[in-house]
Every structure is written in C-alpha cells, then in structure tokens.
Design a protein around this ligand. Sequence first.
Ligand SMILES: *Cc1c(COP(=O)(O)O)cnc(C)c1O
Length: 417
Amino acid sequence: MKLNDRARFSTICIHAGQEPDPSTGAIITPIYQTSTYVQEGLGQHKGYEYGRTHNPTRMALERNLAAIEAGVAGFAFASGMAAIDAILTRLESGDHVLVSDNTYGGTFRLFERVRRKFGLDFTYVDTSRLELIEPAITAKTKYLFIETPTNPMLQITDLAAASEIAHRHNVRVVVDNTFASPYIQQPLVLGADIVTHSTTKFLGGHGTTIGGAIVDGGNFDWTSGRFANFTTPDPSYHGLVYADLGAPAFILKARVQILRDFGGCQAPFNSWQTIQGIETLSLRMDRHVANAQRAAEFLAAHPKVAWVSHPGLASHPDHARAAKYLPKGAGAIFGFGIQGGIEAGRRFIEGLELFSHLANVGDAKSLAIHPATTTHSQLSEDEMVGAGVSPDFIRLSIGIEDIEDILWDLGQALEKA
Ligand SMILES: *Cc1c(COP(=O)(O)O)cnc(C)c1O
C-alpha cells in the first residue's frame, strides 16, 4: 500500500508502515520473534543486526506511530514510563525541566524520586495558564514537558502558544499525548518537538499490552541533546521518510542512542498487538468521545452528583478552549463528585455492574476508579486534596459499549450510593 499526500487520518492509521511481508506477501506484518539475525558474511547483513535496535514488527509499528503523529520517526518502548525516561537520558545533570502540574502520577514519581537524584531539576506549573510558563523558564531549562488535557481536571494547554514561548528560549517541547491520542490532537503539527505515549491506553485500546512510544518531529539532535532546527513537520509527510533502512542519518543515530544504548525496547508481540489496535483508533475514539459526552451530560443532571468536570460541558472552566483546540472532543476520561463523599463513592463503585473497577484508562471497556478508597487511601483527606483528588472524586474512562448500557449502569450504581 502506497499512501499519497492526500491520505487522511483514519487511512494513515490503517496503512502507514505496513507493507506486505516481503518473504510471503502476508498482509499483516508477522511477529518476528527473534533476538538476532544471521550475517551472510563478515559485517554483511540485511540492515537488521540485533533485536534491541532492529525488529521488523516493532519497526512497522514505529513507522505507523511516526505517521499518525505527523512526525519523522517513531520509537516503541516497553512501557510509557520507559519512553519518558528515554527522553530524559538526553539531559545532563544540572539541566532543568518545566512540567505541567497534575502530570501523570508515574511521571511525577520518575522525575522526583528517581531522576532528581541524578541532578535533574523539575518545576511544575499550570501550563494551561500561558503567563506562568515564561517566568518559570531558567537558563538551564531544556524541556517544557506538557500533558494536555490533564488528569483528572482536564485543563487544556494551547500547544501552539506554549511551543512558541518555549522556542523563544531555546527550550524543546515534549507532549505526553496519551489522553487525547493523535485522533484528537497532533502536537507536532501545533509546534511541539517530541511526542510521547503510553500505548497501553487508547492506541493499544483493548487492555492487552503495556507499551510506550516516542515520536520525533525532526527538530531534535538526539546525539548532542541539542536541537537541529525549528521547522514544523509538513502534516502530509506521514513519517514515510523512515521507510527505513534508508532513513536519514540523524534518525539512525537516534535509534542507536535511545534504543540500542538505553534499551527499553518493545517486544515484537506487543508491537503486533498495538498495530492491530491503531487500525481502529478513529472508530473507537469517535465512539469513546460521543459516549463520554453523553455520560457527562447524564451525570450533570443527576441529583446524586455534586459536580462534573468535562470540557464538553459549559460548566467547565476550559469549555471555550476545548471547543477551539480539541474540536473532535476532549476525550473519554473525566471526573465527577458524588454526593455523600467517601462512603457514597465506595458504594457507587461496588454497585457498578458493567464498569470495571481498576486504575487504568483507554480500554474498549468502561472503567471507573474512586481514588479515595483505592490509590490514595493511605492519605489524609487534606493530603488527598493536595494531590488533586477530593474524597468524593470518581474518575471514569468511558468505553465503547452501547451508550444505553453505560447510562443504565451509572444510574443504577448512583441509586445504590
Ligand atoms: C499510563 C500513562 C503513562 C505511563 O505509561 P505505562 O505504559 O503505564 O508505563 C504515562 N503518561 C500517561 C498520561 C499515562 O496515562
């Protein structure tokens, strides 16, 4: 399949990076479950030397990731956390990273409990308030690390404006695009330099694999850690330049630096499953977003609900910004507060029949969690509020089931709460 410049997002999801297997014509890229490759002669190989750096299944996924994020190269990692940590390996001790506050808890732990010990410095600001970004940039700042929309309150950062501010100070912009997915926003097109994902969530989409990714917009010299130029990738570029072994030198170097040397590469079976997931990304996201909007409206009108935080509702502080920057919808994850606080929250969760109770997001199945009785139960109520989690807070990741069944389940569990 040859994609031309007119190909649109869903077509790219399904076709980019996936050539029929050269040895058999298999339409689906096979799972190349091999650690290494036989050499025909001394130093003579087909471009694949060792599985950590090169694996055909993983590279098919990587080309696809580059294309769906409108970047020039993708790198697939064993987890979202491994991808984020690989980006940090380009820094030197003393460097500073400016981070969206309310960032994913695992990212916060990596930064504060692991990488701070190695001399990296991190500051957290609400990047949805653009006026807070510039004063927090120092001479040592190398990355502006943005999550938008944030979890759990779904604050929305204007990525184009934030990138413009960062670039004025020679700071590179990294966006964790896990929550929105490229269906909703493509940060590289808006001016960001690097995108990171937990493919565990919407890209894989079915709760089957842990995985992560980096997509490079082409502005970053991965060897020196400096930045090459500021050109915004052409959105019609589809990542096809990394049609592979003939990729430009800087991408081959990046592959060596962040996969060979750092080593957190994704397994071929996981890559294969993620490729299958991305084929249906558009269809799933359409349904996720529509279901989430209906569920938010239903909850907002329910007498046992204290508040709902969903940017698709006029009551959300970033409602206007969501309409402008996320025209396809603000995603499928949102929070609400239940009347009656902690105990009502517990009864609500125990009363759910369709929703699964667990700490994940982005599956085809609807998911719910009450942090106050689970992930944050060791904290006092004051500490919970400090961590951005009020005792009445329930987080939902709305799945792609029939909306009538989703609303029925929410309604009957609220009755029991
Ligand atoms: C889940 C998640 C991660 C971490 O990804 P893993 O695949 O679980 O390692 C990072 N960022 C965000 C926004 C996430 O939701």
